[in-house]
Design a protein around this ligand. Sequence first.
Ligand SMILES: NC(=O)c1ccc[n+]([C@@H]2O[C@H](COP(=O)([O-])OP(=O)(O)OC[C@H]3O[C@@H](n4cnc5c(N)ncnc54)[C@H](OP(=O)(O)O)[C@@H]3O)[C@@H](O)[C@H]2O)c1
Length: 282
Amino acid sequence: MLAKTWLITGTSTGFGKSLATFLAQKDDVNLVATARHTDQLAYLDQYNHGQILKQVLDVTKPDEITAAVAATTDKFGALDVLINNAGLGYFGTFEESDRDAVRYMFDVNVWGLVDMTRAVLPTMRSQGAGIIVNFSSIAGLASFPTLSFYHGSKHAVEGISASLAQEVADQGIKVMLIEPSGFRTDWAGRSSQKAMPKISAYAQFADSIEGSETGAHHEPGDPDKAAAIIYDQVMNHAEELPLHLPLGKFATDTAIAKYEKSLADFKAVREISLSADQPEEK
Ligand SMILES: NC(=O)c1ccc[n+]([C@@H]2O[C@H](COP(=O)([O-])OP(=O)(O)OC[C@H]3O[C@@H](n4cnc5c(N)ncnc54)[C@H](OP(=O)(O)O)[C@@H]3O)[C@@H](O)[C@H]2O)c1
């Protein structure tokens, strides 16, 4: 059996660690597990069987991106699956969010994913095959208070991915968006800065921002189950890979409700929309 080569960003904790741990036990996978600090990847040592490469990679550093992709193709001769998993959060009202902090979040969540994807596309095009799995979120489909900039970053991931999917379909390359709701990872805790409201008009949001910290690691989603689902989709359902894969009850119920409501909203204003066009030319 010819093994598929997977490269995952952000495998120190959370979804990335669960997926790396799962894949490290599969004979049909060559695993490139990346992290900002490779000493965070000692958990993989027990599986060291020649099909695992640990690679330092901060997705905001272009030279490390280039080196990681080169190391992957040098060792395994291919790069079949890219998992753009690395990501951060930010809780705060729109008006009170720190501009530098949310810019950095966009550097990781959006530009890191973009730069990684652009770095692997030449290899995937020359192979005539490849799968790009982009971690979005239910926050890429629906929006809630105190997450405006996180929503912005994940909505960007959605739009970029959906367009890219159409551009590369003829090259044998597929794109899948993972859209989880709350999962037990470090995301809501250490990976998300929190700006508590100072303006009294926003005091009502303090509880929900605080709740994101205290609720961390109590979410319903199990990242080990997500890892098994992603492996199964990529290895056994590549031909019919969905563009959207919400994970978790809240994610899928919210996505369906959001789109049902949007459909009704768009139909309600259809006549107004049509009235904005010039009459059709004969
Ligand atoms: N958990 C959820 O409820 C949830 C829901 C929807 C979507 N997501 C998305 O899932 C993805 C994974 O997050 P997670 O939930 O597994 O949280 P996590 O446990 O905090 O993991 C985040 C990972 O991203 C890495 N990372 C952060 N900045 C990086 C950078 N500049 N370069 C490379 N790696 C970097 C972290 O590495 P360090 O250890 O070095 O910080 C860590 O490995 C994110 O894109 C997140 O937005 C999570």
